[in-house]
Write a protein that binds this ligand. Structure first.
Ligand code: CA
Length: 366
């Protein structure tokens, strides 16, 4: 025992000595630093989306004690919005952010990881990614492009869009030129509409100048920010085409894999935290902004049951057609369908039943 105590004291003495001479440790032992550039598809300082990325970068820097330093760039500041995927894939920059359906032209299967018409809501998408194998599948889809994806946000259920004429029947979609991305856009095309895809920063101008007849964007909070109530009269719901759109962050695979595990974990954890934060921002603000929009004279309408039933049928056909075009899309579509089926009925007895209960209470009050 005596000898052990002696050794203990000696060890403490050595530790104390090491601490007092810490300044003399050679600089080669300093931790390696990673200076990364992150580009995005969002306008500068854009609430939730771009601010979320800036917050992510700040958190990563703090959590890594300065080992990872991410410099953020908004759309067009370093590369154009729609070149984000390619820039990260090539290694021109190390990190990028957008929504995976923007890259459908390069990788069709990517669309399922952003939004599926009549598909999963935010809770469902998160359940698929974190607990249903969805993220593993997404990694598989992005691997040939030298990319590692992570969800970094979710809009929740979106609104159906802004129109300058009333949508009473399916015939009203015929010839309508609308900004509507992803698989939802393909359904809209099947319904006879003409699809355009423009990044957020160009939507208002295109609608105001009549380059497009209609647009969807996100929901009251973001739509108000884009000024859409000033460019269209009618606001339709629900966002059948985007029931819980996922925002993505993607890392250059070589860069990510070159990092020690603890730094990879910091990136993953901060992305998951930002995912929750973005959804929370929409949930916290949409109600208030909807009131502002309606106070400004906008008329809000629900798509008729008939229109919803027809679009749902067209969506089913569209998904099967898209899935047939390549093996990976087939695989992802099958996995998505299986997962939606797996959680299927539960929502009726939980979220749907609860929302109905709350809505009835509000109705009784007025
Ligand atoms: Ca949208």
């Amino acid at each position: 025992m005596k000898r052990r105590n002696f050794l203990k004291k000696a060890a403490f003495g050595t530790a104390a000595l090491a601490a007092s001479t810490a300044v003399a440790v050679p600089s080669v032992l300093a931790k390696k630093k990673y200076n990364l550039k992150m580009v995005s598809t969002w306008p500068p300082k854009f609430p939730v989306f771009q601010i979320g990325l800036e917050n992510f970068a700040k958190r990563v820097k703090i959590a890594s004690e300065g080992q990872i330093n991410i410099q953020t760039f908004a759309a067009g500041e370093l590369v154009p919005a729609m070149q984000t995927f390619q820039a990260v894939s090539d290694g021109t920059v190390e990190v990028g952010s957008g929504a995976s359906y923007y890259w459908a032209g390069k990788v069709r299967a990517a669309q399922w990881f952003a939004a599926v018409p009549f598909g999963l809501n935010a809770q469902g998408m998160n359940a698929w990614f974190y607990s249903g194998g969805g993220l593993k599948l997404w990694e598989e889809v992005y691997a040939p492009f030298n990319l590692i994806p992570r969800p970094i946000g979710n809009t929740g259920v979106q609104m159906g869009g802004w129109f300058n004429k009333k949508i009473n029947t399916m015939a009203d979609f015929k010839g309508l030129k609308m900004r509507i991305p992803g698989l939802g856009g393909k359904v809209f095309a099947k319904a006879g509409g003409t699809v355009t895809l423009s990044p957020g920063g160009e939507i208002f101008t295109n609608l105001e100048r009549g380059v497009i007849d209609a647009t969807e964007w996100v929901g009251p909070y973001h739509d108000h920010r884009l000024g859409l109530p000033k460019a269209a009269k009618y606001y339709y719901f629900p966002g059948w085409h985007e029931p819980g759109t996922v925002l993505e962050i993607m890392f250059n695979k070589k860069v990510y894999e070159s990092m020690p595990k603890h730094l990879q974990m910091i990136l993953d954890a901060c992305a998951a935290q930002t995912n929750v934060w973005q959804l929370s921002e929409f949930e916290a603000n949409n109600g208030e902004y909807l009131e502002k929009i309606l106070a400004g004279g906008t008329k809000m309408y629900k798509f008729s049951n008939e229109i919803m039933a027809t679009l749902r049928k067209l969506a089913k056909e569209t998904l099967e057609e898209e899935a047939k075009k390549d093996l990976m899309s087939k695989k992802v579509n099958q996995a998505f369908k299986a997962f939606q089926k797996r959680i299927g009925a539960w929502g009726q007895f939980s979220e749907a039943a609860y929302h109905q209960l709350i809505a009835e209470k509000i109705k009784l009050k007025s």
